[in-house]
Design a protein around this ligand. Sequence first.
Ligand code: MG
Ligand code: ZN
Length: 222
Amino acid sequence: MSIKIIKVNEAILGANENQAEINRKRLDEKRVFTVNVLASPGAGKTSTIIQAIHALKDKFGIGVIEGDVASAVDASRIHAVGMPVVQINTAGGCHLDANMMVPALDSLPLDDIDLLFIENVGNLICPNAFSLGEDTRLLIASTPEGDDKPYKYPAMFTDTDVILLNKIDLKPYLDFNLDAFEKIVHELNPDAVIYPYSCTTGEGVADWIAWLEAAVNAKKNG
Ligand code: MG
Ligand code: ZN
């Protein structure tokens, strides 16, 4: 007789996909453009989200789901700029999954939200394997991490639509080759759009915010 073997990983990912579809439907019904923000720790996820809030808060209702292994430090920063925020503590878990979104979505005023950021756990290994129901993935890299980062974590750079390259203001002090970075990224993901910018100086920010604003409007009015 033949024995069916189900790999645990596949079962987990399949169940996750099912829940992610349910989340997606719910967010589509409310026309909430949802961004899954991925990066290594310290790349500037929270600072980037706060910058987008400042740029777009007069145009859209914005909400944030913060994912961290522990603490509510980032949620406090979002709360301080006056946006509805939910903190998910994964108790050691290294990524968010679609099930964790359910209580988070329950506690947000989705009728008033056009743009929802989900700040994933800072980690470049596995969060890309777990859909949450998002419209797009935003991968944030930063110049101190090195221009060869896409070689080390290729899946993170292929499972994304837009790549933000933060801390471009530090480039003069670092051995970071922007041309090399763009070449490696486009070898892996020819369609990826790359926006270099700096949360500190604000340079380049208007460009990626313009992309985001257009995407939110397309869903809101679509
Ligand atoms: Mg953060
Ligand atoms: Zn993980």
